[in-house]
Ligand binder design. Structure first.
Ligand code: GLN
Length: 558
């Protein structure tokens, strides 16, 4: 196994994740299998208990792991399926070591950060790197490791010490360290000092980077490259310019142009590398820059102040727009503004081509989401509701069509006369963290055939499969007591779990596109393979859904 470790310096939010994913994508284009590990030096065991306001979205894996959003970047860019072990946190490592200590596994020894924690980190990395994560189920050739935070933080120092030891454990030909830095431009001059200091900090910890990625707004100039090379102890060709490009999909091409693959091949003594071929990826990245038509989608949420809170939803919309060869024009609306009749917010809802209401927790803004669902239902506006957005569809329909005044989710009104969405019986109310209905679960399209002979649009978008697997993260669900009434009342509950008791998909026949899903389809969307519910929303928004479905039916029929 070859290990590529990437650390960052100067400031956070440099796009380390995109840089690493792009490096992985390039290696894949050279015929290698790649896997990825993210190290987060915080004490939380996982990201599940962290507010999206503070830390961006919580990404959900197939195995139910609630992780940092960078794992989503890896899965999307590299078509991987990662596990919770691929997100190493200080909390997880210490918990593991302390449990072993309590069991008496250390046989009377004093348990210390060095060597016990540092050994555990190294064992964890070696163990996890071997887990097959690519589509063909084979072990990877190369493991990318991203160290979160910035060099010099107290928090990350134990991980950097572990990695310092690790380079000797695995040998220099199996280990390369890369550093992502910032080259700001001040008074028209590209400044190298922050990079010099970052590298100096790393070297004082016994780690010396072999490749330096320089994030900058404009391409790195020759003299800047030379200066960084002189001061940071790397050849000038190993100083790479990662300047702003038209879209993130172009970054692998940018790295290829600077021969990153050859640098890695030589340093890591990789024998089986082929000439890079980015194929369909490169075509997409270059074509996108030319598209002129846009599709305007309005996202109604509550964490709209920090767009990272909805990262996967935005990516899924983008992937769907790519499939339709449109640029995405995303408009943001605070759900509470709809409750308060803010004209500007309502204008956005009225004027856009489609609405997405993503997942969320807590009371604030829920009624605004219900109002948006009502508007879309009554005005034939394409609508996709995810998780809480699905629950809003159910509540809205019960309140306004089935005349259940005050219908609600018990998350927001425990005393509602019509608790049409309620707390799932098996969920534990006393603890937080890892205790929702999480991860990949089956949905069966058992109620997808309608009286008029037509078939559910969503089922058709999923290529007429009888069952699908999507990821979940919720505590509330449609109350089984109301299911028949809702379904017979016209809001078709077309997809259900394997017991038939848990509702997964709602759809309104006769509407251009009115769909709610209890699961989170955004987590499995890929740039070249959009998530079906999102694809449907964008197709409906540009008026191409029927044509697409007809074509698909013909293809499937043949
Ligand atoms: N708060 C809702 C629930 O727990 C929705 C969760 C979500 O949207 N992820 O069921």
């Amino acid at each position: 196994m070859k290990y590529i470790v990437v650390t960052g310096g100067v400031v956070s939010g440099l796009g380390k994740g995109v840089t690493i994913s792009s490096m992985g994508r390039l290696l894949q284009a050279c015929g290698l299998r790649v896997t990825a590990i993210k190290i987060d030096p915080y004490l939380n065991v996982d990201a599940g208990t962290m507010s999206p306001f503070e830390h961006g979205e919580v990404f959900v894996l197939n195995d139910g792991g609630e992780t940092d959003l960078d794992l989503g970047n890896y899965e999307r860019f590299l078509s991987l399926e990662l596990t919770q072990d691929h997100n190493i946190t200080t909390g997880k490592v210490y918990r593991h070591v302390i449990l072993q200590e309590r069991r008496g596994d250390y046989l009377g020894k004093t348990v210390q950060v060095v060597p016990h924690i540092t050994n555990e980190i190294q064992d964890w990395i070696e163990r996890t790197a071997k887990i097959p994560t690519s589509e063909d189920g084979e072990e990877a050739d190369v493991c990318l490791i991203e160290v979160g935070g910035t060099v010099g933080d107290i928090e990350s120092s134990v991980f950097l010490e572990a990695l310092r030891q690790f380079q000797f454990r695995v040998g220099p030909e199996n280990f390369i360290l890369c550093f992502v830095s910032l080259v700001p431009i001040l008074s028209d001059e590209q400044k190298t000092k922050p990079t010099q200091h970052g590298v100096k900090d790393l070297r004082s910890l016994g780690l010396s980077p072999s490749v330096i990625f320089c994030r900058c707004t404009e391409e790195l100039l020759g003299p800047t490259r030379q200066k960084i090379s002189d001061f940071c102890h790397v050849p000038a060709e190993h100083v790479l310019s990662v300047h702003d490009v038209k879209n993130v999909y172009q970054v692998p091409i940018l790295l290829q142009q600077q021969n990153l693959h050859l640098i890695l091949e030589k340093h890591l003594q990789i024998s089986k590398m082929t000439k890079p071929d980015l194929g369909a990826w490169a075509l997409m990245a270059n074509a996108m820059a030319q598209w002129s038509e846009t599709v305007q989608i309005c996202l109604i949420g509550k964490y709209t102040g920090l767009q990272d809170s909805y990262l996967s939803v935005i990516k899924a919309l983008r992937h769907a727009a790519i499939a339709c060869q449109h640029k995405l024009d995303l408009q943001w609306v605070e759900a509470t503004d709809l409750e308060n009749d803010v004209e500007e917010a309502w204008d956005k809802v009225r004027n856009c081509q489609g609405i997405i209401v993503p997942g969320g927790f807590g009371n604030r803004g829920f009624d605004g989401k219900v109002l948006a669902a009502k508007y879309c239902r009554e005005n034939n506006k394409p609508y996709l509701g995810v998780c809480l957005g699905f629950q809003a569809v159910v509540v809205e329909y019960c309140r306004n069509v089935l005349n259940m005044t005050g219908a609600n989710s018990t998350e927001f009104d425990e005393k509602s006369d019509y608790p049409v969405v309620f707390f799932m019986p098996e969920i534990d109310k006393t603890t937080m963290g890892g205790n929702m209905r999480l991860g990949s679960r089956v949905t069966k399209f058992t109620h997808a055939q309608f009286d008029d002979g037509s078939t559910s649009v969503l089922k058709r978008l999923y290529k007429n499969k009888e069952s699908i697997h999507e990821r979940h993260r919720h505590r509330y669900e449609v109350n089984p007591e109301y299911v028949d009434q809702i379904h017979e009342g016209g809001l078709k509950l077309v997809g259900r779990d394997e017991t038939g008791e848990r509702m997964e998909v709602a759809e309104l026949p006769g509407h251009p596109y009115y769909v709610g899903v209890q699961y989170h389809p955004e987590f499995k969307s890929r740039p070249l393979n959009p998530s079906p519910p999102f694809h449907g929303l964008v197709l409906a928004a540009i008026g191409k859904l029927d044509a697409y479905l007809e074509e698909e039916t013909m293809l499937l029929g043949n």
